[in-house]
Design a protein around this ligand. Structure first.
Ligand code: SF4
Length: 358
């Protein structure tokens, strides 16, 4: 076991002082999960009380056709592949209509970087969802997709966001961040936009008034220093814009990706440590999400005592992680979510996309 005197850092956290990158690294390298959990729980309770949030939502992946081939990704296919799909707008409307009858308040929509769709596909898709229900929150397109739209359709980032917002876009998901460090990025997604560009696109989103989440993919080639570097960059941007609603640490699932053959799934200890570290490092982001789709239900439930305050939502139909081999269910009922939260000793609170309690 590594010896690692955490006392000065513990004192800082207990006095609610911001920890430095090197102190974050020291926490990450500590084996004292119980202390990390205790500290993270205190911060979580101070920010969110006994509340543990969930949302009634559905995921909708409009297409898995992508011109890139990131090594960690088992979702993307090429045009003509057996498993490739592209949803038409009517088909999408029908699916979302069915979910609206079940009470969703948010649709979460992403897709691959499709090489041949017209720009109108995206704006019409958003408009068609908006037409179904003016109150439904549309959270769509990662910064990777937004950058792709700007380059492909020769528009500024502002113009892309403006047109999508006019069609009905309300906020953006935080995917595509993976890990910002260029060394790691070269190994897992060398053709994707770099970390600086992801942050630049997100900065514009926030400046345009769009809120978002932010993510980090861990459990692959990244080093401990690269994890801290990633969290630090997010903390900096949040200081500047205040646009992040929640942080979502995503455990890499090695099952079916090209990269995966060399890796094992992350352990429960690692997943809980990432939640606790995130809660302690990202002092300016109100919510930490324990994403049951990647972590599994057991860790998601335990995660509520390790700094997380949000267990995500009903989801309805998740493809990205399941095509990578996730064995968690494709959706969760509200009853199950509330039971998981209640059993963990927290107060289940249905939230909307902006974290207002419904
Ligand atoms: S991670 Fe995104 S950009 Fe990369 S291959 Fe998969 S769908 Fe395409």
């Amino acid at each position: 076991m590594k010896t690692n005197d955490l006392s000065p850092i513990i004192e800082k956290i207990e006095n609610r002082q911001r920890i430095s990158a090197s102190e974050g690294l020291q926490l990450l390298q500590s084996n004292d999960l119980i202390t990390l959990g205790r500290l993270a729980h205190e911060v979580r309770q101070e920010k969110n009380g006994d509340n543990a949030y969930y949302i009634i939502n559905r995921h909708f992946d409009y297409s898995n056709i992508c011109e890139l081939s990131c090594h960690f990704c088992a979702f993307a296919k090429k045009e003509g592949d057996k498993e490739a799909f592209l949803h038409g707008i009517e088909d999408m409307q029908q699916k979302i209509k069915a979910s609206l009858r079940e009470g969703i308040t948010e649709v979460h929509m992403v897709g691959g970087l499709h090489p041949s769709l017209p720009w109108s596909y995206y704006t019409e898709m958003v408009r068609a969802i908006r037409d179904l229900d003016p109150a439904l929150h549309i959270k769509a397109f990662t910064m990777v997709e937004i950058d792709f739209f700007a380059r492909k359709y020769k528009m500024s980032l502002e113009q892309v966001f403006q047109e999508l917002m006019e069609a009905g876009l309300n906020s953006c998901p935080g995917g595509g961040a993976e890990i910002f460090a260029p060394r790691a990025r070269r190994k897992i997604c060398k053709d994707k936009i770099d970390g600086d560009r992801w942050l630049e696109v997100m900065r514009v989103a926030h400046q345009m008034g769009l809120k978002s989440t932010c993510t980090m993919l861990y459990g692959h080639v990244e080093t401990e220093e690269e994890i801290i570097d990633h969290l630090d960059k997010l903390r900096h941007l949040q200081d500047e814009t205040g646009g992040f609603l929640a942080f979502v640490p995503l455990a890499f699932n090695p099952e079916l990706s090209v990269l995966g053959r060399a890796f094992r799934p992350t352990s429960g200890v690692k997943d809980l440590k990432m939640l606790a570290l995130s809660r302690l490092y990202l002092d300016n982001i109100d919510h930490i999400k324990t994403y049951w789709v990647t972590s599994g239900l057991e860790i998601a439930q335990l995660g509520l005592s390790y700094g997380a305050d949000d267990i995500h939502g009903t989801v309805h139909e998740e493809n990205i992680m399941h095509m990578a081999g996730s064995s968690s269910p494709h959706s969760l009922s509200v009853g199950n979510i509330r039971r998981l939260i209640g059993e963990a000793g927290f107060q289940p609170q249905q939230r909307n996309s902006l974290y207002n309690i419904i």
